[in-house]
Design a protein around this ligand. Structure first.
Ligand SMILES: Nc1nc2c(ncn2[C@@H]2O[C@H](COP(=O)(O)OP(=O)(O)OP(=O)(O)O)[C@@H](O)[C@H]2O)c(=O)[nH]1
Ligand SMILES: [Mg+2]
Length: 519
């Protein structure tokens, strides 16, 4: 026999469970109703949250997801800063002071590297008569061999004919037997006086990385995770709260920033100490930086400073001022390695329509590349950044691999990846300014890239050669006949980069609209 719905509802366990007890008092009833109201409120809240999540998911599906890929030091984070400057200048402004820690770290590390290289000279010389001994010798005879020079590169996997090993640096401008090494006493004095400053390097590194160290990264690089700016400031403030109040107002860091009142919010005792030391050491740093031996070592490429070192050391008077506030140019030049993947969200106005862009800035060192893959699935576009100035450089994490070769291998992997076959592809051949300078200085491409042969050692020819190699990789791995948009870039040049970003944004958006129409 069929049961009616009313009979069924009587047996329904849920109805039974929520039916009020037969002899319920007024107080019990009141409490029960209160509980039921609360349960209803929670349930509605959960429904609302679920609705919100669903909306967000739906909305985020229509957002643009852009990956910045490329090897370490190629310029991805710098490009990300240019996007930030263009689409979210207020957020860059709010982070401005946290970049002071990075700039100081870059400066201190550069000074330390100069002093360590000079020390290597002292160690090799027996110290009895360093001046006359050094006068007799070429600078190169005194320096220890590069760690990488005995290594053999994997020529078989090479995308481009690279030199069998990093050529030993010789230069027409190498100091010769007549180059006097003057002032070794002066240098040891400088070293002693700069010691408290150089001793802060590990602490600055710790402040930036939050104590995280990454093995296998080559020269013991310092990595930062997404959100480090806020954490760096928070940690500094925590330490500041633990310290007694400064006795004199001169000790208190007061900073004037555009649009804000004088502020002490970003004060960090460590960074403040470094600022004080830098100010006191300003003349010593300048003397060291202008020292003839240092110059000679740099010219002969026995001392290889990082690209950004020169930018900061040339401007040490400004940077070591007590009330130093990093300029936008400083922020663009400041170097800190990215760890994992950092997501940056911008609202981008495109022809009257606002679209949310998610920019994923990845760590490019070999040990970091595994973390890219989860982001391939729903990416709309990639900007692959390759530093074409790096023809004379080898990977920090693998000194046998030429950096241009690594970049081509990485580009091959990206072009041939099945998950990325529909993704809009943009190639930035970056650091063109550094490439120009290297060629002007007479650095020979064919010495490092054997296959370059006897082509002219000139900018146009070199760019043309590297571009052709990247285009070939793309052509060979292009089942879907997708277009490759190529740009020659110098991403520390704000005006030029912002105009390129405008172009790239339009082309990515066009591709995005087309693929959306196909769905
Ligand atoms: N002169 C010049 N410097 C550049 C250019 N692009 C990047 N740099 C500098 O090169 C350094 C490395 O750039 P980053 O943007 O940190 O490199 P990255 O690709 O993010 O590196 P990882 O985070 O390690 O993967 C920084 O000091 C930048 O200022 C460029 O086109 N010209
Ligand atoms: Mg980076």
């Amino acid at each position: 026999m069929m049961r009616t719905s009313s009979i069924r509802s009587q047996d329904d366990p849920l109805s039974l469970a929520i039916r009020p007890p037969p002899e319920e008092s007024d107080t019990d009833r009141h409490i029960r109703l209160q509980h039921e109201a609360e349960a209803r409120r929670i349930s509605e809240q959960i429904d609302e949250e679920l609705r919100f999540e669903r909306e967000k998911l739906k909305k985020s599906k229509s957002d643009v997801k852009l990956l910045l890929l490329g090897q370490a030091e190629s310029g991805k984070s710098t490009l990300q800063k240019q996007f930030q400057l263009m689409y979210s200048p207020a957020s860059l402004e709010s982070e401005r002071m946290s970049w002071r820690t990075v700039v100081y770290f870059n400066v201190v590390r550069s000074i330390k590297k100069i002093l360590t290289t000079l020390e290597a000279w002292d160690d090799i010389d027996d110290g009895s008569d360093s001046q006359s001994t050094l006068e007799r010798q070429e600078l190169g005879d005194y320096l220890p061999p590069r760690a990488s020079s005995s290594a053999t590169p994997s020529i078989h996997s090479s995308q481009i004919g690279v030199a069998l090993s990093p050529p030993s640096p010789t230069s027409p401008t190498s100091p010769t037997a007549s180059s006097p090494i003057r002032g070794s006493t002066a240098i040891s004095d400088l070293r002693r006086r700069l010691l408290p400053l150089t001793n802060t390097e590990p602490q600055l590194a710790d402040r930036l990385s939050g104590g995280v160290s990454v093995s296998g990264s080559g020269k013991g690089e310092v990595y930062v995770r997404s959100g480090w700016q806020a954490r760096t400031i928070q940690k500094g403030q925590k330490l500041l709260r633990r310290q007694p109040k400064p006795s004199s107002p001169v000790d208190e860091l007061t900073i004037e920033r555009p649009g804000t009142a004088l502020s002490v919010i970003d004060a960090d005792p460590l960074v403040d100490d470094v600022a004080r030391m830098l100010e006191q050491s300003r003349e010593d740093i300048r003397t060291l930086w202008e020292n003839q031996v240092v110059r000679a070592l740099m010219t002969s490429r026995k001392l290889k400073l990082d690209e950004w070192s020169e930018f900061f050391l040339n401007d040490i008077s400004r940077i070591s001022a007590r009330n130093y506030v990093p300029s936008t140019d400083d922020i663009l030049h400041a170097r800190i390695q990215t760890m994992g993947v950092a997501e940056h969200i911008f609202d981008v106005d495109i022809h009257g329509k606002t679209v949310t862009w998610h920019l994923f800035d990845v760590g490019g060192a070999r040990g970091q590349r595994h973390s890219w893959v989860p982001y391939f699935d729903d990416a709309n576009a990639i900007i692959f950044v390759s530093p074409i100035s790096a023809f004379d450089q080898y990977l920090e994490e693998d000194p046998r691999t030429n950096r241009i070769d690594d970049s081509l291998q990485l580009f091959t992997q990206i072009c041939s990846n099945q998950l990325l076959k529909r993704v809009h592809l943009v190639l930035f051949l970056n650091k063109t300014d550094i490439l120009r300078k290297k060629l002007e200085r007479g650095l020979s491409v064919s010495k490092y890239i054997l296959s370059y042969g006897d082509r002219p050692n000139e900018y146009e020819s070199v760019v043309q050669y590297f571009r052709a190699h990247f285009l070939q990789v793309h052509r060979r791995n292009n089942e879907n006949r997708r277009v490759l948009y190529t740009h020659l870039t110098n991403v520390v040049d704000t005006k030029a980069t912002q105009s390129i970003i405008g172009n790239v944004r339009d082309s990515i958006f066009r591709g995005y609209l087309q693929s959306a129409a196909l769905v």
